[in-house]
Design a protein around this ligand. Structure first.
Ligand SMILES: O=c1ccn([C@@H]2O[C@H](COP(=O)(O)OP(=O)(O)O[C@H]3O[C@H](CO)[C@@H](O)[C@H](O)[C@H]3O)[C@@H](O)[C@H]2O)c(=O)[nH]1
Length: 495
């Protein structure tokens, strides 16, 4: 009798690195999980990203994964015309992805092997309908926090209860079960303005989450106990059980230092620079794949760094150019490599020579966070960056810029206690004054930041224990793998 073909997990990721990599890494863990190892394959459905920059990043990931030796197949979806009239970033992304729904349906229906499940990016959540029509289980992959998940699931309830803008609520805090009361200025960007199409889309996503078979989340029970409990015990969505959540994180892709162990590849220049610095003496500033600053902000940062006197490694990107996607339909204005002499005030590099390094382009962030010379992280608070920081037990000073980062920053300071506050002026495009950055960096690196440092150091073990054998995230992965098997066996018998 011929062996039955391996069932496949069909992945529908968003193209951004922060989404794509964590989904893929999590699904690779399912592939390698325990006694069920290698009983699934992965099929990655690839949409054509809306910008050239994002396209080349996705292609680089595809090349790397194709060489990984795992059973990963790639299926390119036909191109669709991006919506021309989207008013907001999240609206654009969600609509653009949704236009691929018929192609996803066709691709899944035409697959020659059994489909174990559709794994959907959170922006692709409305495709739970496609899965249901095809009789396939659907799992939403939450690349952000459990707090954001609780908020999204609770949004339809909030929408009924809070009839004014969140900035005008009585008592001036927003209540989401499982989270500390949220000040309106910490609400995530897509939902701050109820009149915006972004908000309408998030509301729709919140509803669609409820129709998924399950939710895979890149977090751990111990990292966000309050938010995850509120989802699991039904407080987030009263009256209707939410789909089971599988917190399998932190899932990080390996840094090159992990891969490099046996090779003779020289370290990155930034890592070599860190090798010459004392332990825990350097503050690292990096703002994700999209963070960049106007000249006036750059001046404030330089003033703060000079005044605080700490060693620093600062990734400073330049403004987007038209080739790199300025005015890109999805709002993903990718920064360019900075021209440091033009951007930095005269004499700054000379005055800080030996003490600081400004780097104008992409850095191997995971290797830097792993380096013993780094003592604190000023970050845009993208969730992957946060998890990478906690993985190495590093305290943070969050400087949120876009997406859900304001909520992440709030959670890091007010709930998890792993970060020191940094005053960001949301009304002025998240502007930070030199004195405020100086204060936050001194606090982060000095005695005042001891609590956050100790708490972050505890998180290092918490993160590692969670994903190690017998840990909570490992157990969630086993449960997920069983559920997927159960689902695919059930359907086979059904046929
Ligand atoms: O110079 C750099 C800059 C970034 N990175 C890496 O790029 C990733 C960035 O991910 P993340 O920190 O999550 O930021 P974004 O790319 O901005 O991620 C998007 O997706 C996240 C997960 O949903 C959200 O939390 C963010 O708000 C959203 O902007 C991380 O792995 C970093 O290590 C580098 O290696 N080098």
């Amino acid at each position: 009798m011929a062996a039955s073909p391996t069932p496949t997990l069909v992945l529908v990721p968003e193209w951004g690195t922060g989404h794509l990599m964590s989904m893929l890494e999590s699904c690779k863990r399912i592939l390698l999980c325990g006694r069920r190892a290698r009983s699934f394959s992965i099929t990655l459905l690839i949409m054509r990203p809306p910008t050239a920059q994002a396209t080349s990043e996705v292609e680089a990931h595809v090349r790397r994964e194709a060489a990984s030796g795992l059973d990963i197949r790639f299926h390119r979806l036909p191109a669709v015309e991006p919506p021309a009239d989207a008013a907001g970033v999240e609206e654009f992304i969600a609509r653009y992805i949704q236009l691929h729904a018929p192609h996803v349906r066709e691709a899944v229906a035409g697959m020659s092997c059994p489909v174990a499940a559709l794994v959907l990016d959170l922006f692709a959540t409305p495709m739970v309908d496609v899965a249901r029509d095809l009789g396939v289980p659907s799992y939403v992959f939450m690349s952000s926090t459990g707090a954001m998940l609780a908020l999204m699931l609770h949004l339809p309830v909030l929408h009924q209860v809070v009839t004014v803008e969140f900035s005008q609520v009585d008592g001036e805090v927003v209540h989401v079960p499982g989270l500390p009361p949220i000040p309106p200025e910490s609400m995530p960007c897509p939902v701050v303005d109820k009149k915006s199409p972004n908000y309408t889309w998030f509301l729709r996503l919140g509803h669609s989450f409820m129709d998924a078979t399950g939710i895979i989340a890149n977090t751990a029970d111990e990292l966000e106990p309050g938010a995850l409990a509120a989802v699991a015990d039904g407080r987030a969505v009263p009256g209707r059980p939410a789909p089971p959540v599988y917190p399998v994180g932190p899932v990080l892709s390996l840094g090159s230092s992990d891969r490099r162990k046996d090779s003779s590849e020289p370290p990155h220049e930034c890592v070599a620079w860190l090798d010459a610095q004392p332990p825990a003496s350097v503050v690292f500033l990096c703002f994700g794949s999209m963070g960049w600053f106007e000249a006036a902000q750059v001046v404030e940062i330089t003033a703060a760094l000079e005044r605080c006197g700490h060693r620093f490694l600062w990734v400073l990107r330049g403004p987007p150019s038209s080739e790199s996607g300025a005015g890109a339909p999805d709002g993903s204005e990718h920064p360019t490599d900075a021209k440091l002499e033009e951007l930095l005030p005269e004499g700054f590099l000379q005055r800080t020579e030996g003490k600081g390094l400004v780097w104008p382009t992409w850095v191997p962030q995971k290797d830097i966070l792993a380096h013993p010379a780094v003592g604190g992280f000023v970050t845009h608070a993208g969730w992957n960056s946060v998890l990478e920081s906690l993985w190495h037990g590093l305290p943070m000073a969050p400087w949120p810029l876009y997406a859900e980062q304001h909520l992440n920053a709030f959670e890091l300071v007010a709930d998890m206690g792993v970060a020191v506050p940094l005053k960001v002026d949301r009304k002025r495009d998240n502007f930070v004054e030199a004195a405020n950055l100086e204060r936050a960096v001194k606090c982060l690196m000095g005695e005042e930041g001891r609590k956050a440092r100790e708490r972050a150091a505890e998180m290092r073990d918490v993160c590692r224990n969670a994903v190690n054998k017998g840990g909570s995230s490992d157990a969630a992965l086993q449960r997920l793998s069983e559920a997927l098997h159960h689902g695919s066996n059930e359907r086979r018998h059904h046929h």
